[in-house]
Design a protein. Structure first.
Length: 132
């Protein structure tokens, strides 16, 4: 109940044109309230911007049911559970992956933008790769 009250108060201040600086590790809750995000790592801001803009540039989450998942075995990055596959894909590569899913006999498909937690992890993973 207290969390809902907190969110309601933040949203009321936001509606009144106030700026609220919120720091939290509960990203699913933060995502409901924010317009702009700053991702901080090791005390430095590594990315900042509108949440919608950041989601628009990030990889998409794809979950599909296919009748022939073996067709997708040559591709890396797929999580497979029976006939269901899940993966992330850059927007520029979505058409190519749709062709592959079609070849695998896609029967159900869900494509969603990344959550704030997904974004956070993508930025941290990218930093690790650059420093690795």
């Amino acid at each position: 109940m207290q969390e809902r009250n907190f969110q309601e108060e933040v949203m009321a201040l936001k509606a009144a044109g106030k700026t609220i600086l919120l720091s939290s590790h509960i990203l699913s809750e933060v995502e409901k309230m924010v317009d702009r995000v700053a991702i901080i790592r090791k005390g430095r801001i590594i990315e900042t911007g509108a949440l919608s803009d950041m989601q628009g540039r990030a990889e998409l989450n794809v979950r599909a049911t296919v009748s022939n998942p073996a067709v997708l075995s040559e591709f890396e990055g797929f999580e497979r559970d029976g006939d269901e596959v899940a993966f992330t894909v850059a927007r520029d590569d979505l058409a190519t992956m749709m062709t592959q899913l079609n070849a695998a006999g896609v029967t159900d498909l869900k494509v969603t933008p990344p959550t704030l937690e997904d974004l956070f992890m993508q930025y941290y993973d990218a930093e690790d790769e650059q420093n690795g």
